[in-house]
Design a protein around this ligand. Structure first.
Ligand code: PSV
Ligand code: MN
Length: 390
């Protein structure tokens, strides 16, 4: 039976933990078969931020909200920023979007048509203007670019155009701003993708400079990929800029992080801690999830608590004992030390710690009892509910 206990040092690491929420998680989403609307769904970015602030209020884990442009376009970003700050959160990463415009059917930053490529570059420059107004540090770029059939495209020329486009975007970044390039091995393209893996993202950002990093979305790998190895390598190279956390059973399912494979989340966080990535300002923790059938605010509460819980378990790894066992090639002892931390139920310790900080022991129950969900369902009538892709 594991009896490992969180120390004061562990708890202060947990206290500093911050996870950015995706604004789009609060809008309706679904599959290509059906998007189910939910009463109380936000109708604009202001309401999305109000919902995200609830997650932070009950967990103290989620002080920032990531925006997606154009989904979160507003007339005045100063007002959006003030609204967020009044509610106790800040505006975080700005995500560009070059996957929903007719012109981008065959590419955006890689397109052979210079007018279309310029349009895509200009969109990113506009995103940086928005970052200036929102106070956001990071521009996150995910490209839905690639091809469906062998021979369809000159893959090499597309890499070259991508680098040129990224250089133009990079040149516009302010001193304190960064660019993070997300990779994904397939979808929507099915034969080749222009940024399919961490190696390609690394090569592209390394050629840009220190303000360009890799974004690792946990749902963007082939089944069976050892994601914690990639985490280790990117930390080792000083190029892990951010995480998009979520979980998956089959493809890019965007389910609640830690739901499909809690052990994988633990292993990833163990490498984050090992590599100095926890509470390291260089490594942004973000969620990139969609809640298709569950309520969105409690879905996000469950998500951040899952990350917190697996971080706590990973902090419990007896590093000295592990290093000694590894040194001795004591295979079973090393594995047992890791599993001992993973199998420790930290929930009672975390609940007591929350109470000591004036938080509800069970943030999920406290949120459900707060009446917020009922209130937004009654108040938010009329208008158009926000959704992924709208
Ligand atoms: C692409 O699948 C992705 O992970 C990117 O981060 C997008 O911006 C996001 O999903 C949208 O849901
Ligand atoms: Mn993502």
């Amino acid at each position: 039976m594991s009896t490992r206990t969180l120390t004061a040092e562990h708890l202060s690491a947990l206290e500093a933990q911050a996870i950015e929420l995706p604004s789009w998680a609060f809008g309706n989403s679904g599959t290509r078969f059906r998007v189910f609307p939910t009463p109380g769904t936000p109708r604009d970015p202001f309401e999305k931020i109000a919902d995200a602030a609830q997650v932070h209020a009950f967990t103290r884990l989620a002080p920032a909200v990531a925006l997606h442009i154009p989904w979160d376009k507003v007339d005045g970003y100063a007002a959006l920023r003030r609204h967020a700050e009044d509610l106790g959160v800040t505006l975080g990463t700005v995500n560009s979007n070059t996957f929903q415009d007719e012109d981008y059917k065959f590419g955006a930053l890689t397109h052979q048509n210079e007018c279309i490529r310029q349009k895509a570059i200009d969109h990113h420059l506009e995103c940086i203007d928005i970052m200036d107004a929102t106070g956001s540090r990071d521009l996150k770029i995910w490209l839905a670019e690639g091809s469906n059939y062998p021979g369809q495209n000159d893959m090499r020329a597309r890499q070259d155009r991508l680098q040129d486009s990224l250089q133009q975007i990079y040149a516009r970044l302010g001193d304190d701003q960064r660019l993070v390039l997300e990779y994904k091995f397939f979808e929507p393209a099915f034969y080749h993708t222009d940024v399919p893996d961490w190696g390609t993202s690394y090569v592209q950002v390394a050629a840009l400079g220190d303000k360009a990093m890799v974004c690792l979305d946990t749902g963007h790998h082939a089944p069976g990929t050892n994601i914690e190895f990639i985490v280790m390598q990117l930390l080792r190279l000083g190029k892990l800029g951010s995480f998009d956390f979520n979980s998956r059973f089959y493809a890019d399912d965007d389910l609640i992080v830690g739901a499909a494979d809690p052990f994988q989340l633990f292993r990833i966080l163990a490498e984050v801690i090992r590599g100095g990535g926890l509470n390291n300002p260089d490594v942004a923790f973000m969620l990139d999830q969609c809640h298709n059938i569950e309520d969105k605010i409690p879905g996000q509460i469950r998500s951040v608590l899952n990350v917190q819980e697996m971080t706590a378990r990973a902090l419990l790894i007896d590093r000295d004992a592990l290093a000694a066992a590894q040194q001795e090639n004591d295979v079973l002892a090393a594995n047992a030390i890791l599993m001992d931390a993973f199998q420790t139920d930290v929930r009672p310790q975390l609940a007591a710690w929350r109470a000591s900080r004036g938080l509800a022991e069970d943030p999920m129950a406290a949120y459900l009892a707060s009446g917020y969900q009922q209130r937004i369902a009654e108040e938010r009538v009329g208008g158009v509910q926000a959704g992924w892709g709208a």
